[in-house]
Design a protein around this ligand. Structure first.
Ligand code: ADP
Ligand code: ADP
Length: 216
């Protein structure tokens, strides 16, 4: 694995949107822990059943389940050239585990772009988000409309509103982010890996700023 990037930011900051664009431009896989969990929910696997208990409440799935799941994904052959992580790590324990996993494989994180957006904007973004059933591509009823109503431009699958994008759950997710994930900002700053980007700019401008941080 050569180039490893971690996209950090609150729920709704635009991590998934940007990760899809950048991964394509850089030719590395976009690994979203949330998307892997949702695939498991849809396929009703044991992992999905376990994860649902936490996801529907806006809580984090326990580290013991999450770390192994992401390490399995990072061990697959398409990650040899690197990976763009979206939504992982989300706790100091996950961040430590990721460093150890990469080190064991003779690797390390290249940069941690931190997409920052104020809380009031996050609520508007998440409550207007529509997600595609097949691959998790995201749209917004005001900021990013699909060409055809309710249909994904990229794979033709149906768009749905995520259970956890309801207002009460959104507020809980932002609280969980502040308490459990925001400490990673200092963690990566200490290592000189953190690069903050203003995520309230339009999608294309955020992409331009991120492309200056990731080296590809
Ligand atoms: P968003 O993109 O809105 O931030 P995600 O799709 O990344 O949301 O995550 C949705 C949910 O999946 C989280 O609220 C949490 O329950 C679970 N989840 C995703 N990634 C992790 C992780 N790294 N650790 C623990 N739980 C996670
Ligand atoms: P995250 O993965 O960080 O939770 P998403 O990429 O899913 O965030 O974006 C959340 C919502 O906000 C989606 O509906 C997306 O279309 C929209 N969005 C993403 N980036 C922007 C932006 N720069 N300006 C306005 N809306 C955006």
């Amino acid at each position: 694995m050569s180039r490893v990037y971690v996209l950090l930011g609150p729920p709704g900051a635009g991590k998934g949107t940007q990760a899809a664009i950048i991964a394509e431009k850089c030719g590395i896989p976009h690994i979203s822990s949330g998307n892997i969990f949702r695939e498991n929910l849809q396929n009703n696997t044991n992992l999905g059943k376990q994860a649902r208990l936490y996801m529907d409440k806006g809580e984090l799935v326990p580290d013991g389940v999450t770390i192994g799941m992401v390490e399995d994904r990072l061990s697959q052959p398409d990650c040899r050239e690197g990976a763009l992580l979206d939504g992982y790590p989300r706790t100091p324990t996950q961040a430590q585990a990721l460093n150890e996993f990469l080190k064991k494989n003779g690797n390390k994180i290249n940069a941690v772009p931190f997409i920052n957006v104020p809380s009031n904007e996050l609520i508007e973004r998440l409550s207007g988000r529509w997600t595609c059933k097949a691959e998790g591509h995201v749209y917004h009823l005001k900021y990013k409309l699909p060409k055809q109503a309710n249909i994904c431009d990229l794979d033709g699958s149906v768009l749905y509103q995520r259970e956890d994008d309801k207002r009460e759950t959104v507020e809980q997710r932002i609280k969980v982010y502040v308490e459990q994930t925001a400490p990673l900002i200092a963690f990566y700053k200490k290592d000189g890996l953190l690069f903050e980007v203003d995520g309230s700019l339009p999608i294309e401008q955020v992409t331009d700023k991120l492309m200056k941080i990731v080296n590809c």
